[in-house]
Design a protein around this ligand. Structure first.
Ligand code: NAD
Length: 471
């Protein structure tokens, strides 16, 4: 059996495929592709029973073409230098693609969260943050971490608190990390942002009549049958927004197994059951797969498959058997480059990770901007706009001599809240992002992933060229 291709090499294969379509001065494309720095730190953890364990952790800076660099950090037992480097590279291309002004970074701590007490986890995160401070890998203008696998607001708050304690009164220290609780300087809408972005990405893709006709699907989300892998932050919210728009979530895959029901599953019920410690296999469904067999659920009959858990889950072993007509990559790197070739040959529409899950970093960018301005979005103008609109509507009423229905009046005469503005900015970003890659894919006759890489590489190249580093 062929050796598995390292994750960074997988990303670079996608890069090379796009680079073949581009013409730049010598040296520029290799500079964009190279990872600028990877830091490996190890430190001792005193466990609750008094024993000592050595913890390994990483932070990769793929590209310093813009600062700060940005990217999440994850807690996982398979963390490695290769994994963070690949994920940091994806962050560079993702940020460029959706016009978020950062270089790409990623971090990881090699632990499985469930194996540690809360107190141990807090010690690990605080020490990791301290190590990042020492190597200049955290700070509002240097490097701004965010949540990724197994990291939520609690871990981000520990990171913020540790950085702030070490930052000697730096006025914008709160911008050192994103994904914070709102009370700690977070922005409304960040928790669900990546999943909401996945929803917008799918909504854009299924709105194109020609593309849907080619796939034998109708346009629109209503009635589409969806299988989701991973009911975590990204997968749960994506499934929830899709279901709210009329999609049927027919399959859910999690660590303990997978369930399928052609009449649709209740995502909130599954999520609540799991949050309380239950297994999805305990819930009613037409079909069940337990343990590692759950991965076979990727091959279930559906219109849209949303892998939102791990990398490398669609490979040469299952790519021929995938029945979905559309794959929307909520996770980073769920499809190997060899599988990608098979899926393209089979005419499956792949919506690539660097576009589909860009909603997270987009709203993280809004949070960072909010922190640097020290002002909640909408605070200055919400009331002004609401009263301005009310005055305009009253003027129209007196001109035409009729009143708007009270409900309509109240609906229109409002100003936007922070959440409204964040969601609107996210929607604009995802719609514009799709329009760009769809146009490029048409112009170059390529798949959407190659188009996304072409678009991202062009933008990073421009940043280098306009700084005079390359002709
Ligand atoms: P998460 O930890 O909240 O959720 C991951 C889920 O996958 C968990 O519910 C976990 O139990 C499940 N899972 C783990 N192993 C599995 C397996 N073998 N089969 C099925 N399910 C399994 O993580 P997340 O933040 O939702 O991240 C998921 C993916 O999305 C990752 O690839 C991450 O890099 C990517 N991503 C996350 C964000 C974000 O804002 N959180 C942004 C962009 C991309």
């Amino acid at each position: 059996m062929a050796e598995p291709v390292p994750f960074f090499e997988q990303v670079n294969r996608y890069f090379d495929r796009a680079a073949d379509l581009l013409d730049y001065p010598p040296g520029l494309l290799p500079q964009i592709k190279a990872c600028n720095a990877v830091y490996h730190v190890s430190f001792p953890l005193k466990r609750d029973d008094g024993s000592i364990e050595v913890i390994h952790a990483w932070r990769a800076h793929h590209s310093h073409h813009k600062l700060p660099v940005k990217g999440g950090f994850r807690l996982t037992s398979h963390a490695s230098e290769d994994e963070v480097t690949a994920l940091a590279a994806l962050m560079t291309y993702k940020c460029a693609l959706v016009n978020v002004p950062y270089g790409g970074a990623k971090g990881a701590i090699r632990i499985e969260k469930e194996d540690y007490s809360v107190a141990e986890l807090e010690r690990i995160i605080r020490r990791y943050t301290f190590e990042l401070v020492r190597i200049n890998c955290i700070g509002p203008g240097l490097d701004v971490p965010a949540p990724d696998m197994a990291v939520g607001q609690r871990e981000i708050s520990w990171m913020l608190d540790t950085y702030t304690a070490l930052s000697h009164g730096e006025v914008s220290s709160v911008a050192c990390v994103t994904g914070k609780p709102v009370s700690q300087g977070g922005v409304r809408g960040r928790v669900e942002a990546t999943g909401r972005g996945v929803f917008f990405a799918i909504r854009e893709a299924v709105s194109r009549p020609d593309d849907m006709k080619r796939l034998g699907l109708s346009t629109g989300i209503d009635g589409k049958r969806v299988v989701v892998q991973g009911l975590g932050n990204v997968g749960y919210h994506a499934a929830k927004f899709l279901a709210e728009a009329g999609a049927l979530i027919v399959g859910v895959l999690e660590r303990e197994g997978a369930i399928y029901d052609s009449s649709g599953l209740d995502v909130d019920k599954i999520n609540n059951h799991r949050v309380e410690g239950g297994s999805l296999l305990e819930l009613g469904a037409e079909e069940k797969l337990d343990g590692p067999n759950g991965a076979q659920g990727l091959e279930w009959d559906c219109d849209i498959l949303v892998p939102a858990a791990l990398e490398g889950v669609i490979d040469t072993h299952n790519a021929e058997r995938i029945q979905a007509k559309i794959i929307a990559e909520g996770a980073n790197g769920p499809t190997t480059s060899a599988a990608d070739t098979i899926l393209n040959r089979r005419g499956i529409l792949q919506l690539p990770d660097l576009y589909v899950n860009a909603g997270g970093v987009t709203v993280s960018y809004f949070e960072w901007v909010k922190n640097l301005s020290h002002l909640r979005f909408g605070r200055m103008d919400r009331r002004f706009r609401a009263s301005n609109r009310a005055e305009m509507m009253s003027a129209v009423e007196s001109l035409v001599g009729e009143s708007f229905p009270a409900k309509l009046f109240d609906k229109v005469a409002v100003g936007a809240s922070e959440e409204d503005l964040v969601n609107s900015g996210l929607e604009e970003t995802m719609v514009e992002g799709y329009q760009e890659i769809h146009r490029i894919s048409g112009e170059l006759g390529t798949d959407l992933r190659t188009a996304a890489f072409v678009n991202a590489i062009r933008k990073v190249a421009t940043a280098y060229q306009e700084r005079g580093i390359f002709p």
